[in-house]
Design a protein around this ligand. Structure first.
Ligand SMILES: [Zn+2]
Length: 452
């Protein structure tokens, strides 16, 4: 028997089929799995050598799954905030100066911020993914990781990226429980049609998810319309690309009937509430859910979001959809919690392993302080989780049976040292990028001023 741990005295929001909320129950963890829920005395007798951790006054949730991120982009925190079409005018020009080490350091900081904000799993999509994987494993967060593949337009394009995207899956499949490899074609307009078909076949053969951006900008929609005479979603649908193993970030610039195509194909549109709100155009997440499309939630990167705080993202998800639909019925707290637990686990193909606190499931847990000012008085537990809490209320985080955050502190590395590293690497990247691109340099000075 491996290391065992008894998580005691908390309120457990199980997210099981009955949606049981259990007060004062203990959770027994052996090695990487939850093995039992029950009364303290009974579990102490059954697991006499287990370490006891007292979580009185805390709420224990299944580990929250952040379904769309680019943790490495910590180096570009907030850089698109003041710029229209920031993806094309800032992000991609900066990324031309990226090194593998930048991606590693960015991923350390991004993964650390994500886990401190309550994510136990990040679904990530970026360049130099081998270096990102090294970082996420060191931080101790679970990652569904895909090496970004682009055939045109982007900062790093070419056949070698396609080969590396597939090789990454083969290298990592079954190798480390914290790394679930997937395929990451960039978007519908930046990856050639024959590559998309190859990747679709490869994903089916290797049983790995496909994670891409879809209908994320007017430019993408215009290009697909020009080339194929249809919308981005319908283009992929007709290609036979869409399916229950596809996670599609954004799905903003879509036509009316494309929601039905997302629903009927089982595709998971990914709603990124803060990034969409700051971009001025949210995804119609609630309408999609009403039409049977299996929407899920991600923070996206700190470049477009500014923080990596999945717990805080939940209240923005609710607020933004209520504003958009002019309805207080949109996105109840119970539904929002499902999207980042059970539904997200299903989207990444791990519904029998993640997304609930139940015997047999992996011990990924997000534990919130519930004895402070932000949640008192607690009249409605689920509403208080979604609408009162932010990442600052994340007390502890377990991933794969190990405590990664304890009492708001990262256990796996020194946070102060990380701040210095990300600051140095970020300024270094920006200096190189501005020095090599006069237009970017002008845009930077006029948008943000100051010196680096
Ligand atoms: Zn993205």
């Amino acid at each position: 028997m491996g290391n065992s741990l008894l998580i005691e005295n908390g309120t457990v929001v199980t997210m099981n089929d009955a949606r049981d909320v259990l007060d004062g129950v203990s959770v027994a963890v052996v090695s990487e799995r939850i093995v039992a829920l029950g009364p303290q005395e009974e579990l102490r007798a059954r697991y006499p050598s287990a370490e006891h951790v007292d979580f009185r006054g805390k709420v224990i949730l299944p580990g929250l799954i952040n379904c769309h991120t680019h943790v490495s982009m910590s180096l570009q925190k907030g850089v698109t905030l003041a710029v229209e079409e920031g993806l094309y005018r800032v992000m991609w020009p900066v990324e031309k100066s990226l090194t593998a080490d930048d991606c590693y350091v960015g991923a350390l900081a991004g993964a650390a911020e994500a886990v401190l904000g309550g994510s136990t799993c990040v679904v990530d999509h970026y360049f130099h993914m081998e270096d990102v994987a090294r970082a996420t494993v060191e931080v101790g967060v679970r990652g569904v990781l895909g090496h970004t593949i682009m055939s045109r337009l982007g900062p790093i394009v070419g056949e070698q990226e396609l080969e590396e995207g597939m090789a990454f899956v083969e290298r990592w499949q079954g190798k480390n429980p914290l790394v679930i490899p997937c395929l990451a074609p960039h978007a519908s307009d930046t990856v050639a049609r024959d590559w998309l078909l190859r990747l679709r076949t490869f994903a089916t053969e290797h049983k790995v998810p496909l994670h891409l951006h879809l209908a994320q900008s007017p430019r993408e929609r215009e290009y697909i319309q020009q080339q194929y005479g249809t919308g981005c979603v319908r283009y992929l649908y007709e290609l036979g690309f869409l399916g229950p193993d596809v996670l599609a970030a954004h799905c903003i610039y879509i036509d009316g009937d494309e929601i039905d195509l997302l629903a009927s194909s089982g595709t998971h549109p990914i709603y990124c509430p803060m990034g969409h709100a700051l971009g001025g155009r949210p995804m119609r997440a609630w309408e999609m859910l009403q039409h049977g499309a299996k929407a899920i939630i991600g923070t996206d990167c700190v470049c477009s979001n500014n923080v990596m705080d999945l717990v805080g993202e939940l209240r923005i998800a609710g607020a933004s959809q209520r504003q958009m639909t002019h309805s207080k019925d949109a996105m109840p707290a119970s539904r929002i919690l499902e999207l980042v637990t059970r539904d997200a686990a299903e989207a990444i193909g791990m519904s029998s392993e993640l997304g609930r606190v139940a015997p047999g499931y992996l011990a990924d847990l997000t534990i919130l302080d519930f004895d402070g000012l932000s949640t008192a008085p607690n009249y409605s537990l689920l509403n208080n989780i979604v609408y009162c809490c932010t990442g600052r209320d994340v007390n502890s985080v377990l991933v794969n049976g190990k405590i990664v955050v304890r009492d708001h502190r990262l256990v796996t590395m020194d946070e102060g040292e990380l701040v210095n590293r990300i600051d140095r690497a970020g300024r270094g990247l920006m200096k190189r990028a501005l020095a090599s691109d006069a237009e970017l340099s002008w845009l930077w000075r006029s948008s943000y001023g100051g010196t680096l």
